[in-house]
Design a binder for this molecule. Structure first.
Ligand code: ADP
Ligand code: ZN
Ligand code: ZN
Length: 733
């Protein structure tokens, strides 16, 4: 407790802020939220300790307001540790928490609109559908015009035309703070089977005993991990604690919400990046006041102002979406474990393919290992086989058009006959290809010119539905030239993306009902939900998708999964390529045969003897993991070593090179730590910025962060150069 008149240190949510001193005008506690002014503008910050600036008293400003809410001591320690680990300033970490600017203001008055699907005479268009989806995503609560634009990703013109035609109706002016006083109860009447019960009881004991623990719920897809961690959620919640359930965004499906509701009697509070400003505010405040005690959300839900947090569950713990790369660089899973350790609470990690970092921690005895070996209800795991494309070359296919064009196919005759057989049984097929658009390479047949993005050093992908070339890095669109801009030669499309596979499927299976699923076609959750419903009703025969479909969904009648290009990703330069390919193929395979009928998975490849594919087919996950980890240990790569990447970017290539030379000269010399670089980043240019990288590598015990701080203290980056520190990098582009 600090008394009135005390000078305290206040941290502000700003990337460079490490605290300013202010004087208390009333009593307050460590961690209290306060309002202060900087350059006459109001800010919210937190009291972080006793002031230490030695400023003369007359220079110290007063705190304008102390709010009756605070972060607990464990959370403050977490902010400190996270700042030390990620090398973000304290204010940079706080900014991840205080990211709802309006949280402490009374709700703003603004004009809201509700959506009327049946407005007379109004025509539905794709953009209006996106608006409709945005409403659905937010529980059909009224929304402001700016929320509609942000969430639906449409322009003001769309909103205005919908208002004019009565599809958007002006309603309440002042947003009503929502009440979240859900009463959950364990109404699911779920009987766990023996394996599930053993796992649930072990976690239950850790929850009852209290203190820090990490249990890994390692179970094949369909084994009932969700039901087990629901049991844990209930135990912590009914003991009066708050519970955070983290998931990748694409796993936050309506199917999941329904399961939650049928187990606990009320839907969960969901936190993700597409909420209205008003809803964000309501949830943030609800968590702060303790009114909300269960949140299901993406990685950023970890930064809600939790009170009395008692359990963190991380589903799909291996998923790369837990790593945030811009606006603060952190790994959501690792930071959650750190938080739990400081708060002395249990963590549950769930996955069918735990990361090697997690497996390593299991081997070291730091994490408990709870294994679910069989699918619930006796459904068999699918059989997984390769198709050797060297033997089974895809035939050409003919497009039904005036020209009867013949095109090189991507589906081998063997896969095609399996698709045919599945369709005849009235079962469903999923084709997986992790490449959006129609053709990834657009090239001149005569001089070899390749269409590339002017702002990024990558090729432009041809998107047929858009009728445009699209850069997958920056989103720039360009028209497809009729002839080569360099020599006037003919243009050819090379490689196959999602849209080309659809063209081939339609040409070969003329009666099949198909659907495409990718981030292009599934801009909104609503669109994805409609597709899921159609799949469940059997209105789709062949679904063709990127990894968006690989998670969370349960389609009992889906019995054949075809992976069009299993080699993709096997030969990445990144040391996690094998692991990620294994995880992804395993996830995709897990979609098949979840109901009565057994499933079959076919992987098309030119490398059927590649260890990753052999391991997948043999169902030998543990052997694969073991071999890959031995290789990593030999190379001292994580988790057997540590990495910190430095990414230096500038619009001016010369300045960039010069600064990198300076950095290279300033490299500290330390035994057991290697600093590699500078090298040009794999994608050298992004949005017009040139990019260079350094990589700092050390063994498991090395203290890399202080070394990097020392190094950077020796140089001064010019104003037009941006330096990013990525601790434990996941992406090496
Ligand atoms: P996972 O999360 O491991 O992929 P799920 O939790 O989705 O597995 O379970 C697969 C299916 O089996 C779901 O439809 C789920 O409702 C059902 N299921 C799992 N365990 C039980 C149980 N103990 N009682 C009833 N249904 C269960
Ligand atoms: Zn040319
Ligand atoms: Zn680009």
């Amino acid at each position: 407790m600090f008394n009135t008149g005390t000078v305290v240190k206040v941290i502000l949510p700003n990337v460079v802020n490490s605290g300013y001193d202010y004087r208390l005008m009333s009593d307050a506690d460590l961690g209290n939220f306060v309002r202060v002014t900087v350059m006459n503008r109001p800010y919210i910050g937190i009291i972080y300790g006793i002031g230490d600036s030695n400023l003369p008293p007359e220079k110290i400003k007063n705190i304008s307001e102390v709010f009756p809410y605070k972060l607990d001591v464990a959370t403050l320690q977490w902010i400190q540790k996270m700042s030390e680990w990620t090398l973000m300033a304290l204010g940079g970490v706080l900014r991840l928490i205080l990211n709802v600017p309006d949280a402490f203001n009374p709700p703003r008055t603004e004009q809201l609109y509700s959506y009327d699907a049946d407005a007379a005479g109004a025509k539905m268009t794709p953009r209006r559908q996106m608006v409709s989806d945005a409403f659905e995503l937010n529980g059909n609560e009224p929304m402001s015009a700016s929320d509609i634009q942000n969430i639906a990703r449409v322009g003001l013109a769309v909103v205005k035309s919908m208002i004019a035609q009565g599809m958007l109706i002006p309603t309440v002016v002042r947003p009503r703070a929502q009440s979240f006083a859900y009463k959950y109860s364990d109404i699911g009447n779920i009987e766990l089977n023996a394996e599930q019960r053993t796992a649930a009881d072990k976690i239950g004991q850790d929850i009852a005993r209290g203190g820090f623990s990490v249990n890994v719920l390692d179970g094949i897809t369909g084994s009932g991990k969700t039901q087990v961690y629901f049991d844990s959620v209930w135990r912590a919640y009914s003991a009066g604690r708050s519970v955070l359930l983290m998931m990748p965004e694409i796993a936050l499906t309506a199917q999941f919400m329904k399961r939650f509701e049928s187990r606990f009697g009320a839907p969960p509070v969901v936190w993700h990046s597409n909420l209205t400003a008003a809803r964000r505010r309501d949830i943030w405040r609800g968590v702060m006041t303790g009114e909300i005690r269960i949140v299901v959300g993406t990685r950023s839900a970890l930064f809600l102002p939790w009170q009395n947090l008692g359990l963190i569950v991380i589903d799909e713990e291996h998923d790369s979406s837990y790593k945030q790369e811009d606006m603060g660089n952190y790994h959501g899973r690792d930071m959650a474990i750190l938080r739990a350790k400081l708060a002395n609470i249990p963590v549950v990690l769930a996955s069918a393919t735990p990361s090697e970092e997690t497996m390593h921690n299991i081997e070291l005895g730091r994490f408990g290992h709870l294994v679910l070996r069989s699918r619930y209800g006796g459904a068999e795991m699918p059989t997984i086989e390769t198709i050797d494309l060297r033997e089974h070359r895809p035939d050409e296919y003919t497009i039904k058009s005036e020209t009867e064009d013949k095109r090189t196919g991507a589906l081998s005759p063997l896969l095609c006959s399996e698709i045919q057989a599945t369709l005849e049984k009235h079962q469903q097929v999923m084709l997986f290809i992790n490449r959006r658009g129609f053709a990834p390479i657009v090239q001149c047949k005569k001089c070899g010119w390749v269409s590339t993005c002017p702002d990024c050093s990558v090729g432009m992908t041809y998107h047929k539905k858009l009728g445009k070339l699209l850069c997958h890095i920056c989103g720039r669109m360009m028209t497809l030239p009729n002839v080569c801009p360099d020599c006037g030669g003919d243009i050819s499309m090379r490689g196959a993306g999602l849209e080309k596979i659809e063209e081939e499927v339609l040409a070969r299976f003329t009666n099949a009902r198909t659907a495409l699923v990718s981030s292009d076609t599934m801009m909104s959750h609503g669109a994805l939900e409609r597709l899921v419903t159609k799949m469940e009703r059997g209105e789709i025969d062949i679904v063709i998708g990127t990894q968006i479909l690989a998670k969370g969904h349960h389609f009992p009648n889906l019995t054949l999964v075809g992976v069009v290009d299993a080699d993709m990703g096997l030969f990445g330069t990144d040391f996690r390529a094998a692991e990620h390919t294994f995880q992804q193929l395993f996830q995709v395979a897990g979609r098949a045969g979840r109901g009565q009928n057994p499933g079959r998975v076919l992987l098309q490849t030119y490398q059927p003897s590649h260890p990753v594919l052999m391991a997948i087919c043999a169902g030998n996950r543990d052997e694969f993991l073991h071999n890959d980890m031995v290789a990593r240990a030999a190379a001292k790569m994580p988790p057997f070593g540590q990495l910190i990447a430095l990414i230096i970017e500038s619009k001016k290539e010369n300045t960039l090179k010069k600064f990198c030379d300076e950095l290279a000269h300033a490299k500290p010399n330390t035994n057991g730590v290697r600093i590699m670089g500078p090298v040009m980043a794999q994608i050298y240019q992004v949005r017009g910025l040139f990019r260079m990288r350094f990589l700092v590598a050390g063994d498991e015990k090395a203290l890399l962060q202080p070394l990097v701080e020392l190094w950077l203290s020796r140089v001064q980056a010019p104003a037009n150069v941006r330096l990013k520190i990525d601790v434990n990098p996941q992406s090496f582009m």
